[in-house]
Design a protein around this ligand. Structure first.
Ligand SMILES: Nc1ncnc2c1ncn2[C@@H]1O[C@H](COP(=O)(O)OP(=O)(O)OP(=O)(O)O)[C@@H](O)[C@H]1O
Ligand SMILES: [Mg+2]
Length: 297
């Protein structure tokens, strides 16, 4: 399902609203039974926004992201959404039409595991041709030139050599950089990064996050980062959406994460983040330790 939309471009007039989702609920379908995993989620982002979606495993973060990106087919999921728009244009985000999932135009997504997300049998150059060839009428050599520029932009050394490689011939950090280049070369209005750095070591992880931030800011692309890392959310995002069992507990400015008027669940989640003075505790706090708070949520 491809909507007719324009892409963000540094030369284009500023578009303030990137994406708005109102009342999105998602249920997985199995043997004619529905398993509701996301319930009545609403959020709105401007192009300059960077949203963190946080919540424990199974809370529905990836499901929500896949629905927004148009990657959930009607065969496995039922999506209800009272209204949605990208760059001010109405978009049908219900899964009923998405028999074959196709990336929603204007939205790109990168995943935790670049090894399984990149095509193992196609060279990196071929994968750029697939993305850029579907968007422009450029010749093969023009696309190759643009792909090399993108590889250079994401910090890949010897891009002319790397463009001929396959994903299994690269390190994890290189693969993640290639995936970022492939996601951003279409100049999307929204980039969704699903735990983009959790498979990388701490120093590479920060460099990759810095790169994502720098490039999305340059393109005017709004960013959604799905993460378990509260400190990463605090460092790299300005808005946060906290999910618990598919329900929104908080949608707030990240700077106000620790405020007293946050939900009991959010406060419980924050209380689990280890601090420098945690060394004198017998055990680090867990959500179970804060069960009283969680039950209130
Ligand atoms: N294809 C699927 N079919 C049926 N149920 C699914 C499917 N994918 C996910 N689920 C279920 O939906 C719920 C939400 O899963 P989801 O992957 O969205 O959670 P998550 O918050 O991204 O978790 P994690 O942090 O572990 O990645 C879980 O209970 C999961 O078992
Ligand atoms: Mg997930």
């Amino acid at each position: 399902m491809e909507e007719n939309m324009t892409h963000a471009s540094p030369d284009a007039p500023p578009v303030r609203e990137a994406v708005t989702v109102q009342g999105m609920s998602i249920a997985y379908v199995s043997d004619d039974r529905y398993n509701a995993v996301v319930n009545d989620v609403s959020f709105s982002l401007q192009q300059s926004d960077r949203l963190a979606i946080v919540g424990e495993s199974g809370s529905g973060k990836t499901t929500l992201a896949m629905a927004v990106a148009g990657l959930l087919p009607s065969r496995i999921a039922k999506i209800d959404c009272s209204a949605a728009s990208i760059a001010g244009k109405n978009v049908d985000m219900s899964a009923s039409a998405a028999v074959i999932p196709t990336r929603r135009q204007g939205v790109s997504m990168i995943f935790q595991d670049a090894m399984t997300s990149l095509d193992p049998v196609a060279s990196i150059g071929h994968q750029f041709r697939t993305v850029l060839g579907s968007l422009t009428s450029q010749s093969r050599s023009q696309i190759r030139k643009e792909a090399v520029q993108w590889l250079d932009k994401v910090g890949i050394h010897e891009p002319e050599r790397v463009i001929k490689l396959h994903s299994y011939e690269m390190s994890g950090g290189m693969r993640q950089r290639v995936m970022i280049a492939l996601a951003l070369c279409s100049k999307p209005l929204l980039l969704i990064a699903d735990e983009p750095t959790s498979a990388l070591d701490a120093s590479v992880s920060r460099r990759v996050m810095d790169l994502i931030l720098e490039l999305t800011a340059e393109l005017g692309t709004a960013l959604i980062i799905i993460t378990h890392d509260i400190d990463l959310a605090r460092e790299y995002t300005n808005k946060s959406l906290v999910l618990y069992h598919g329900h929104v507990q908080d949608f707030c400015d990240t700077a106000q994460f620790g405020d007293e008027n946050r939900s009991p669940y959010t406060r419980s989640l924050l209380a689990c983040v280890p601090r420098l003075n945690s060394y004198d505790l017998d055990a680090l706090p867990t959500l179970d330790h804060n069960a009283a708070l969680t039950k209130e949520a």
